[in-house]
Design a protein around this ligand. Structure first.
Ligand code: GMT
Length: 380
């Protein structure tokens, strides 16, 4: 199939997922065309079946807001017509679903039928999409999609609760390349020693440091762990809450044990040397970073918000607590870090759970959906 993928090219989970999906489809022989305003971060090597089309957004003194959506739709039209795309798959509804709808109408006028699939990822529904400024367009363009997928049952339910959606939403879970995240501890011993030279436990958090992630809770949990055992905290990513976190570290006198690693592409190395992954989010449709940690056999201490209970299984792959209950999260973290036998059991449980979301199980679900949607469009 010739597939156009539209996503945010940044470090966010939806962009990561879309890029990994495109790479896996290309490996299986499909022709994949990424249409984004910047090269996606995980699209970092040449592949014969992958094409990248950058959306150029020309500016003009009249524009306080350069019309990105028009540029994106026009690029979609160009790629559809010149590369004979069979299908568009857009990730994150805003603004990708409405721009795909427009592109579909434009190429339709030229006699080309190109269906589009919208994959809902999270805040496109639960936060931004719900805002009344966007809601009418989001509702319309989701309903006009030829197929809709959500990354968890929770997100599917949230979508039905928040929008008058008339179509079926299929749940296709996020996935992980388990081999890529395979724990390589002995090989990375020097790396681990550099972070924790005295054998300290390593706690890890990865996010875009937005409010919804509750990164201050990570620091509060870490402080409680640090009170009872030597430990280090790695904070991977960056975002608006970083200055708040830096102040907290200073006030709590924890700067020596907390390391801001910044945005990282080689997440598998950092995960491979970590003992616990902390994700106390206010909401998480899925929690892709937690799944990647599990593939590296890192148990997860998380909140029980949104789709997290579908990924992190209490007592098997880690522990779940109510949002904001840092005492409970710290209690679980300490219990686990102190008990080697329990840690080994949960590490194994985490890996087994990651296997259920193995990339090779999930890609065929997307391929089957693509075929169904293309065939349906052809007979219409
Ligand atoms: O919604 C966001 O915060 C960003 C979004 C993204 O584009 O990275 O993340 C969402 O999509 C990920 C991939 O499907 C999920 O793993 C995240 O749980 C989800 N984030 C939220 O729901 C907050």
């Amino acid at each position: 199939m010739r597939i156009g993928i539209v996503c945010y090219p940044t470090y966010g989970g939806s962009g990561v997922l879309a890029t990994e999906l495109g790479k896996a489809l290309a490996d299986k022989g499909h022709m994949v065309h990424f249409i984004t305003y910047q090269q996606p971060v995980r699209l970092n090597a040449f592949h014969a079946n992958i094409y990248y089309h950058e959306v150029q957004v020309p500016t003009y003194p009249l524009f306080d807001f350069p019309p990105y959506e028009s540029a994106l739709s026009s690029t979609m039209v160009d790629v559809i017509m010149n590369h004979q795309l069979d299908l568009l798959h857009v990730h994150y509804a805003i603004p990708h679903a409405s721009t795909a709808y427009l592109a579909k109408q434009i190429v339709g006028k030229q006699g080309r039928i190109v269906p589009f699939i919208t994959t809902l990822h999270g805040t496109d529904i639960t936060l931004v999409g719900k805002d009344k400024t966007y809601a009418p367009v989001v509702t319309f363009s989701i309903n006009e999609s030829d197929a809709i997928t959500a990354v968890s049952n929770n997100l599917r339910e949230e979508t039905y609760k928040s929008f008058p959606i008339e179509k079926d939403i299929e749940v296709i879970y996020n996935f992980v390349d388990v081999e890529r995240f395979k724990r390589r501890e002995p090989e990375l011993q020097n790396f681990r020693n550099a972070i924790a030279p005295n054998g300290e436990k390593i706690l890890l958090h990865v996010s875009n440091f937005r409010k919804v992630k509750r990164v201050p809770d990570v620091v509060k949990i870490f402080r409680k762990v640090r009170e009872v055992m030597p430990a280090k905290l790695l904070l991977v990513g960056d975002g608006p809450d970083r200055p708040v976190i830096e102040s907290m570290c200073r006030e709590m006198n924890l700067c020596g044990d907390i390391r801001f690693v910044g945005k990282q592409e080689q997440l598998e190395d950092v995960m491979s040397v970590s003992d616990l992954f902390i994700l106390p989010s206010e909401y998480e449709s899925f929690g892709l970073a937690a799944l990647e940690a599990m593939a590296a056999q890192v148990p997860v201490i998380s909140s029980n918000a949104g789709g997290l209970p579908e990924v992190n299984i209490h007592g098997q792959t880690g522990y779940l607590s109510n949002v904001g209950d840092v005492n409970d999260m710290a209690k679980h973290a300490i219990q686990l870090l102190k008990d080697e036998k329990l840690m080994a059991t949960l590490r194994q449980g985490a890996l087994e759970q990651a296997q259920r979301f193995h990339i090779s199980n999930i890609i065929p679900l997307y391929e089957a959906l693509y075929e169904e949607v293309i065939n349906k469009a052809l007979v219409m």
